[in-house]
Ligand binder design. Sequence first.
Ligand code: BTN
Length: 243
Amino acid sequence: MYVIKLDAIGSTNAYLKELTLTSIPQDYTVVVSEHQTNGRGQMGTKWETEAGKNLTVSVFKKILKLNIQEQFYISMCVSLAITETLGKFQIKQLRIKWPNDILSANKKICGILIENIIKNNKMVGSIIGIGLNVNQKFFNDLSQASSLSLLTGVIYSKEEILFEILKQIQFYFDLLESGKKSFIKNKYENQLFRMNKPSTFKLNNDGTLSGIIKGIDNVGKLIIWTEDEILRTFDLKEIKLLY
Ligand code: BTN
């Protein structure tokens, strides 16, 4: 494992992405920064955190055996690696909000941004960006955000948590590479937030939808049993869970 530690950078994901423009980095190249000035979130959002308090890290993983349709397995492996890690640090009520937000007690404590590198229609690698709120105590305007410290009162060593995350990421990618796909999918669905519970969703084309999350399909789309008793699948751009 090759770890690059920085004081400040625009975005650790962007840093790794730039590296991949010239060559394929070593497997498990890790970039961790105390501060990001241009942190990126899902769907073009910004990821802003207090300098020095949280984990902002990206990992480059070579992807050899996965085809493009299976890329959601990367999301599942990383989400499971994070919940496994946080469980070891006694964080309770952990859930994965589809596709890959990590919640504790219904509050978001970790966001994941996965950017896959595809060449000639083949998966080559994945840049796995993780933003874990660790010791930050105040979140302006983010009523649904929390941190490990806010939840437990403990001040954590970011290094210790990062070490465990990296260990768990390797564990889940080893499982994936050894073909344990249904094990991974089952475990992911078992931790899915609001699985089998009546929920309301905001649809992209305005309007709302009531239904029950039944799991994910083979490409990672969310399966919802709707009020009119049909199963429908949605991708990230189409739907947002209201909670
Ligand atoms: C989300 O919107 O929930 C995803 C947030 C991902 C943030 C992490 S922090 C480290 C890495 N570098 C980035 O610019 N973003 C990811």
